[in-house]
Design a protein. Structure first.
Length: 387
Protein backbone atom coordinates (compact mmCIF):
# COMPACT_ATOMS: atom_id res chain seq x y z
CA UNK A 1 0.00 0.00 0.00
CA UNK A 2 2.85 2.38 0.87
CA UNK A 3 4.60 1.70 -2.42
CA UNK A 4 1.34 2.09 -4.37
CA UNK A 5 0.55 5.40 -2.67
CA UNK A 6 3.99 6.84 -3.38
CA UNK A 7 3.94 5.51 -6.91
CA UNK A 8 0.64 7.30 -7.55
CA UNK A 9 2.14 10.45 -6.03
CA UNK A 10 5.11 10.09 -8.34
CA UNK A 11 2.87 9.71 -11.37
CA UNK A 12 0.89 12.77 -10.33
CA UNK A 13 4.15 14.77 -10.18
CA UNK A 14 5.35 13.42 -13.50
CA UNK A 15 8.27 11.44 -12.09
CA UNK A 16 9.43 7.84 -12.11
CA UNK A 17 9.49 5.84 -8.86
CA UNK A 18 11.82 3.08 -7.74
CA UNK A 19 11.44 1.21 -4.44
CA UNK A 20 14.45 0.38 -2.27
CA UNK A 21 14.87 -1.92 0.69
CA UNK A 22 15.24 1.04 3.07
CA UNK A 23 12.84 3.82 2.14
CA UNK A 24 11.71 4.84 -1.29
CA UNK A 25 13.31 7.32 -3.72
CA UNK A 26 11.72 8.90 -6.75
CA UNK A 27 13.78 10.61 -9.44
CA UNK A 28 12.03 13.67 -10.84
CA UNK A 29 12.30 14.89 -14.41
CA UNK A 30 13.83 18.22 -13.31
CA UNK A 31 16.85 16.51 -11.75
CA UNK A 32 15.56 16.60 -8.19
CA UNK A 33 14.89 13.43 -6.17
CA UNK A 34 12.25 12.76 -3.53
CA UNK A 35 12.60 10.16 -0.76
CA UNK A 36 10.40 8.80 2.02
CA UNK A 37 11.66 6.75 4.98
CA UNK A 38 11.20 6.31 8.71
CA UNK A 39 10.36 3.82 11.44
CA UNK A 40 7.55 2.54 13.64
CA UNK A 41 8.22 1.03 17.05
CA UNK A 42 6.08 -0.37 19.86
CA UNK A 43 7.12 -1.61 23.32
CA UNK A 44 5.38 -3.27 26.23
CA UNK A 45 6.71 -1.68 29.44
CA UNK A 46 6.12 -2.97 32.96
CA UNK A 47 7.19 -0.72 35.87
CA UNK A 48 7.20 -1.47 39.60
CA UNK A 49 8.14 0.96 42.37
CA UNK A 50 9.98 -0.18 45.49
CA UNK A 51 8.55 -0.47 49.01
CA UNK A 52 5.28 -2.03 47.81
CA UNK A 53 4.76 0.85 45.41
CA UNK A 54 2.35 0.71 42.45
CA UNK A 55 2.90 -1.36 39.33
CA UNK A 56 2.02 -0.27 35.80
CA UNK A 57 1.84 -1.82 32.34
CA UNK A 58 1.71 0.17 29.13
CA UNK A 59 2.18 -0.25 25.39
CA UNK A 60 4.02 2.75 24.10
CA UNK A 61 6.68 4.31 21.90
CA UNK A 62 10.30 3.92 23.05
CA UNK A 63 12.95 6.63 23.35
CA UNK A 64 13.03 7.07 19.57
CA UNK A 65 9.60 8.13 18.36
CA UNK A 66 8.06 6.75 15.22
CA UNK A 67 9.28 8.83 12.28
CA UNK A 68 7.97 9.65 8.83
CA UNK A 69 10.58 11.67 6.96
CA UNK A 70 10.23 13.33 3.56
CA UNK A 71 13.25 14.73 1.76
CA UNK A 72 13.86 16.41 -1.61
CA UNK A 73 17.34 16.99 -3.06
CA UNK A 74 18.58 18.78 -6.14
CA UNK A 75 21.59 20.56 -7.62
CA UNK A 76 21.54 24.14 -8.91
CA UNK A 77 24.38 26.52 -9.77
CA UNK A 78 26.93 24.11 -8.27
CA UNK A 79 25.06 23.93 -4.94
CA UNK A 80 23.59 20.76 -3.45
CA UNK A 81 20.19 21.82 -2.16
CA UNK A 82 17.76 19.92 0.03
CA UNK A 83 14.68 20.19 2.21
CA UNK A 84 13.66 17.81 4.99
CA UNK A 85 10.42 17.26 6.94
CA UNK A 86 10.32 14.88 9.90
CA UNK A 87 7.02 13.95 11.59
CA UNK A 88 7.39 12.09 14.90
CA UNK A 89 4.07 10.58 16.08
CA UNK A 90 3.50 8.52 19.21
CA UNK A 91 1.37 5.37 19.58
CA UNK A 92 0.43 5.93 23.24
CA UNK A 93 -2.47 8.02 24.53
CA UNK A 94 -1.26 8.83 28.03
CA UNK A 95 -3.83 8.23 30.79
CA UNK A 96 -6.80 8.36 28.38
CA UNK A 97 -8.00 5.60 26.08
CA UNK A 98 -9.66 6.08 22.68
CA UNK A 99 -10.45 9.73 23.32
CA UNK A 100 -10.44 12.69 20.96
CA UNK A 101 -9.83 16.23 22.19
CA UNK A 102 -9.62 17.00 25.91
CA UNK A 103 -11.04 15.19 28.93
CA UNK A 104 -13.17 17.06 31.49
CA UNK A 105 -10.20 17.46 33.85
CA UNK A 106 -8.18 19.17 31.11
CA UNK A 107 -5.98 16.18 30.22
CA UNK A 108 -5.28 16.10 26.52
CA UNK A 109 -6.18 12.70 25.14
CA UNK A 110 -5.15 10.92 22.00
CA UNK A 111 -1.68 10.31 20.59
CA UNK A 112 0.45 13.34 19.71
CA UNK A 113 2.37 14.23 16.53
CA UNK A 114 5.63 16.09 17.05
CA UNK A 115 6.86 18.18 14.09
CA UNK A 116 10.51 17.67 14.97
CA UNK A 117 12.32 18.49 11.73
CA UNK A 118 11.76 21.23 9.16
CA UNK A 119 14.99 22.39 7.58
CA UNK A 120 16.83 23.20 4.37
CA UNK A 121 20.43 22.42 3.50
CA UNK A 122 22.91 24.15 1.21
CA UNK A 123 25.92 22.02 0.29
CA UNK A 124 29.08 23.52 -1.21
CA UNK A 125 31.73 22.08 -3.54
CA UNK A 126 34.19 21.50 -0.71
CA UNK A 127 31.68 19.26 1.10
CA UNK A 128 30.71 21.79 3.77
CA UNK A 129 27.07 22.56 4.46
CA UNK A 130 24.67 25.12 5.91
CA UNK A 131 21.56 23.81 7.68
CA UNK A 132 18.75 26.28 8.39
CA UNK A 133 15.53 25.32 10.17
CA UNK A 134 14.39 23.06 12.99
CA UNK A 135 16.71 20.15 13.82
CA UNK A 136 18.40 18.45 16.78
CA UNK A 137 20.72 20.79 18.69
CA UNK A 138 24.50 20.37 18.70
CA UNK A 139 25.18 20.45 22.44
CA UNK A 140 24.89 16.90 23.84
CA UNK A 141 23.87 15.55 20.42
CA UNK A 142 26.44 12.76 20.34
CA UNK A 143 25.56 11.75 23.91
CA UNK A 144 22.07 10.71 22.82
CA UNK A 145 23.06 9.38 19.39
CA UNK A 146 25.56 6.95 20.99
CA UNK A 147 23.09 5.82 23.69
CA UNK A 148 22.08 2.17 23.18
CA UNK A 149 18.63 2.88 24.67
CA UNK A 150 17.90 5.07 21.64
CA UNK A 151 16.77 1.76 20.11
CA UNK A 152 14.88 0.76 23.23
CA UNK A 153 13.16 2.21 26.29
CA UNK A 154 15.65 2.85 29.09
CA UNK A 155 14.22 4.81 32.02
CA UNK A 156 10.63 6.07 31.92
CA UNK A 157 10.48 8.28 35.04
CA UNK A 158 9.37 7.20 38.52
CA UNK A 159 5.64 7.37 39.17
CA UNK A 160 2.52 7.87 37.03
CA UNK A 161 3.98 10.97 35.39
CA UNK A 162 6.53 8.75 33.66
CA UNK A 163 4.83 5.39 33.31
CA UNK A 164 1.66 6.88 31.76
CA UNK A 165 3.28 9.73 29.82
CA UNK A 166 2.03 10.49 26.31
CA UNK A 167 5.44 11.09 24.77
CA UNK A 168 8.54 8.98 24.34
CA UNK A 169 10.38 7.28 27.18
CA UNK A 170 13.51 8.87 28.67
CA UNK A 171 16.26 6.42 27.77
CA UNK A 172 19.17 8.20 29.46
CA UNK A 173 17.71 11.72 29.22
CA UNK A 174 18.19 13.13 32.75
CA UNK A 175 20.05 9.92 33.62
CA UNK A 176 23.35 10.72 31.93
CA UNK A 177 22.86 13.72 29.64
CA UNK A 178 20.70 16.77 29.03
CA UNK A 179 18.36 16.41 26.07
CA UNK A 180 19.43 18.87 23.33
CA UNK A 181 15.90 19.42 21.91
CA UNK A 182 14.92 20.08 18.29
CA UNK A 183 15.54 23.81 17.87
CA UNK A 184 15.38 26.50 15.13
CA UNK A 185 18.96 27.11 14.03
CA UNK A 186 21.42 28.14 11.32
CA UNK A 187 24.38 25.77 11.53
CA UNK A 188 27.54 25.50 9.43
CA UNK A 189 29.38 22.15 9.23
CA UNK A 190 32.68 21.37 7.60
CA UNK A 191 33.05 18.43 5.22
CA UNK A 192 32.26 15.07 6.89
CA UNK A 193 35.32 12.92 7.36
CA UNK A 194 37.92 12.06 9.95
CA UNK A 195 37.37 15.43 11.66
CA UNK A 196 34.29 17.65 11.48
CA UNK A 197 33.35 20.94 13.13
CA UNK A 198 29.78 22.25 13.40
CA UNK A 199 28.86 25.65 14.82
CA UNK A 200 25.49 27.36 14.80
CA UNK A 201 23.27 30.20 15.95
CA UNK A 202 20.16 28.93 17.76
CA UNK A 203 16.80 30.23 18.89
CA UNK A 204 17.55 31.23 22.52
CA UNK A 205 15.46 29.88 25.38
CA UNK A 206 13.76 31.80 28.18
CA UNK A 207 13.74 30.49 31.73
CA UNK A 208 12.68 31.44 35.23
CA UNK A 209 12.56 30.46 38.86
CA UNK A 210 14.41 31.59 41.95
CA UNK A 211 12.61 34.92 42.09
CA UNK A 212 13.16 36.07 38.51
CA UNK A 213 11.97 35.44 34.98
CA UNK A 214 14.69 35.65 32.34
CA UNK A 215 12.73 36.23 29.15
CA UNK A 216 14.77 38.86 27.28
CA UNK A 217 17.02 37.25 24.66
CA UNK A 218 18.88 39.92 22.71
CA UNK A 219 21.27 37.63 20.85
CA UNK A 220 21.11 34.01 19.61
CA UNK A 221 22.46 31.07 21.56
CA UNK A 222 25.73 29.60 20.23
CA UNK A 223 26.32 25.85 20.11
CA UNK A 224 29.25 23.93 18.65
CA UNK A 225 30.42 20.35 18.20
CA UNK A 226 33.72 18.79 17.12
CA UNK A 227 34.06 15.11 16.23
CA UNK A 228 37.11 13.05 15.30
CA UNK A 229 36.98 9.52 13.86
CA UNK A 230 39.79 7.02 13.41
CA UNK A 231 39.61 3.45 12.06
CA UNK A 232 42.28 0.75 12.03
CA UNK A 233 41.29 -2.71 10.84
CA UNK A 234 38.46 -3.99 13.04
CA UNK A 235 39.04 -1.23 15.59
CA UNK A 236 37.47 2.23 15.45
CA UNK A 237 37.56 5.28 17.68
CA UNK A 238 35.43 8.39 17.93
CA UNK A 239 35.98 11.45 20.12
CA UNK A 240 33.71 14.46 20.50
CA UNK A 241 33.56 17.84 22.23
CA UNK A 242 30.50 20.07 22.51
CA UNK A 243 29.79 23.51 23.89
CA UNK A 244 26.94 25.98 24.48
CA UNK A 245 26.69 29.65 25.52
CA UNK A 246 23.64 31.89 25.97
CA UNK A 247 23.09 35.37 27.41
CA UNK A 248 19.67 36.09 28.94
CA UNK A 249 18.24 39.14 30.78
CA UNK A 250 15.30 39.61 33.14
CA UNK A 251 14.59 43.17 31.95
CA UNK A 252 14.74 44.94 28.55
CA UNK A 253 16.97 47.61 30.10
CA UNK A 254 18.92 47.40 33.32
CA UNK A 255 18.10 44.44 35.53
CA UNK A 256 20.25 41.33 35.55
CA UNK A 257 21.94 39.58 32.65
CA UNK A 258 23.28 36.07 33.13
CA UNK A 259 25.35 33.74 30.95
CA UNK A 260 24.49 30.07 30.68
CA UNK A 261 27.12 27.67 29.41
CA UNK A 262 27.71 23.97 29.00
CA UNK A 263 30.46 21.59 27.96
CA UNK A 264 30.41 17.93 27.04
CA UNK A 265 32.96 15.36 25.89
CA UNK A 266 32.95 11.67 25.09
CA UNK A 267 34.73 8.79 23.47
CA UNK A 268 33.51 5.68 21.68
CA UNK A 269 35.89 2.80 21.05
CA UNK A 270 35.05 -0.23 18.93
CA UNK A 271 37.51 -3.04 19.66
CA UNK A 272 36.65 -6.11 17.61
CA UNK A 273 33.18 -7.17 18.86
CA UNK A 274 33.19 -4.83 21.88
CA UNK A 275 31.98 -1.22 21.86
CA UNK A 276 32.70 1.12 24.79
CA UNK A 277 31.20 4.59 25.29
CA UNK A 278 32.13 7.00 28.09
CA UNK A 279 30.99 10.61 28.22
CA UNK A 280 30.04 13.41 30.57
CA UNK A 281 28.82 17.00 30.76
CA UNK A 282 28.90 20.08 32.98
CA UNK A 283 26.69 23.14 32.84
CA UNK A 284 25.64 26.35 34.50
CA UNK A 285 22.16 27.79 34.08
CA UNK A 286 20.99 24.90 31.87
CA UNK A 287 18.67 23.06 34.24
CA UNK A 288 18.64 19.27 34.04
CA UNK A 289 16.82 16.61 32.06
CA UNK A 290 15.51 18.81 29.26
CA UNK A 291 17.60 21.82 28.26
CA UNK A 292 16.25 25.10 29.75
CA UNK A 293 13.17 23.39 31.21
CA UNK A 294 13.42 24.48 34.86
CA UNK A 295 15.86 24.85 37.73
CA UNK A 296 18.18 27.31 35.96
CA UNK A 297 18.04 30.13 38.57
CA UNK A 298 18.66 29.82 42.31
CA UNK A 299 18.11 33.35 43.59
CA UNK A 300 17.43 36.20 41.12
CA UNK A 301 20.88 36.21 39.49
CA UNK A 302 22.52 33.01 40.76
CA UNK A 303 22.51 30.12 38.30
CA UNK A 304 22.33 26.46 39.20
CA UNK A 305 25.02 23.99 38.21
CA UNK A 306 24.54 20.59 36.60
CA UNK A 307 26.72 17.63 35.72
CA UNK A 308 26.43 13.97 34.77
CA UNK A 309 27.48 11.26 32.36
CA UNK A 310 27.22 7.59 31.48
CA UNK A 311 29.35 4.55 30.67
CA UNK A 312 28.19 1.87 28.25
CA UNK A 313 29.36 -1.54 27.03
CA UNK A 314 27.90 -3.26 23.96
CA UNK A 315 29.13 -6.71 22.96
CA UNK A 316 28.34 -8.53 19.73
CA UNK A 317 27.52 -12.15 20.61
CA UNK A 318 26.43 -13.16 17.10
CA UNK A 319 26.11 -11.77 13.61
CA UNK A 320 22.77 -10.15 14.49
CA UNK A 321 22.70 -9.88 18.30
CA UNK A 322 24.25 -7.42 20.76
CA UNK A 323 24.22 -7.48 24.57
CA UNK A 324 24.48 -4.10 26.28
CA UNK A 325 24.88 -2.66 29.77
CA UNK A 326 25.10 0.96 30.89
CA UNK A 327 25.06 3.19 33.97
CA UNK A 328 24.58 6.93 34.21
CA UNK A 329 23.59 9.81 36.47
CA UNK A 330 22.55 13.47 36.37
CA UNK A 331 22.85 16.02 39.20
CA UNK A 332 21.56 19.52 39.80
CA UNK A 333 23.21 21.81 42.37
CA UNK A 334 21.98 25.02 44.03
CA UNK A 335 24.83 26.99 45.65
CA UNK A 336 26.96 23.82 45.42
CA UNK A 337 24.39 21.80 47.39
CA UNK A 338 23.04 18.80 45.48
CA UNK A 339 19.25 19.11 45.21
CA UNK A 340 18.66 16.42 42.56
CA UNK A 341 20.66 13.30 41.83
CA UNK A 342 19.09 10.59 39.68
CA UNK A 343 20.71 7.48 38.24
CA UNK A 344 19.85 4.35 36.28
CA UNK A 345 21.28 0.96 35.30
CA UNK A 346 20.17 -0.66 32.03
CA UNK A 347 20.84 -4.07 30.49
CA UNK A 348 19.52 -4.98 27.06
CA UNK A 349 19.41 -7.47 24.19
CA UNK A 350 19.27 -5.95 20.70
CA UNK A 351 18.59 -8.45 17.92
CA UNK A 352 18.46 -7.57 14.21
CA UNK A 353 15.71 -10.03 13.24
CA UNK A 354 15.71 -9.01 9.57
CA UNK A 355 17.41 -6.24 7.62
CA UNK A 356 14.65 -3.84 8.65
CA UNK A 357 13.19 -5.35 11.84
CA UNK A 358 14.83 -5.08 15.27
CA UNK A 359 13.75 -7.03 18.38
CA UNK A 360 14.66 -5.42 21.72
CA UNK A 361 14.45 -6.51 25.39
CA UNK A 362 15.61 -4.26 28.24
CA UNK A 363 15.64 -4.06 32.01
CA UNK A 364 16.28 -0.81 33.87
CA UNK A 365 16.54 0.22 37.50
CA UNK A 366 16.13 3.95 38.01
CA UNK A 367 16.42 5.76 41.29
CA UNK A 368 17.09 8.99 43.15
CA UNK A 369 19.18 9.89 46.18
CA UNK A 370 16.48 12.39 47.20
CA UNK A 371 13.84 12.10 49.91
CA UNK A 372 12.75 8.51 50.43
CA UNK A 373 15.34 7.32 47.89
CA UNK A 374 12.66 6.08 45.46
CA UNK A 375 13.53 3.32 43.03
CA UNK A 376 11.71 1.70 40.13
CA UNK A 377 12.25 -1.35 37.93
CA UNK A 378 11.29 -1.07 34.24
CA UNK A 379 11.05 -4.19 32.06
CA UNK A 380 10.37 -3.81 28.35
CA UNK A 381 10.21 -5.70 25.09
CA UNK A 382 9.21 -4.66 21.62
CA UNK A 383 9.81 -4.16 17.93
CA UNK A 384 11.40 -1.47 15.75
CA UNK A 385 10.78 -1.56 12.01
CA UNK A 386 12.81 0.77 9.80
CA UNK A 387 11.86 1.37 6.19
Amino acid sequence: MKRLTLLLLGLALGVSATARAQGLTMQMSNGWSFSFSGNVNAFWVFSKQNNSGPANSSVRTGLLPAFATFEAKGKEAGLNLGVHFGFAPQINNGPAHDQFGALPNGIQAGAQIDMRQVYLTIGFKDGSQILAGRELGLFSRQNILQDMTLFGVGAVGIGPGGTQAKGTTLGRIAYGYIYPNFVPQVTYSTKPGQAQLSIGLFQPSVFGGGGGAYNVTKIPRVEAEFTYNQKSGKNSYMFWLGGLWQSTSNNPSGGNTVSSFGGTAGIKAGISDLSVVVNGYIGKGLGTGLLFSGGEVVNVDTLSKSDGGYAQLLYKVGPKTNLGASWGFSRLKFRDAVVSNVYSYTAGIYHQWTKSLKLVFEGTQEGSTGGGRPKQIDLSGGFMLFF
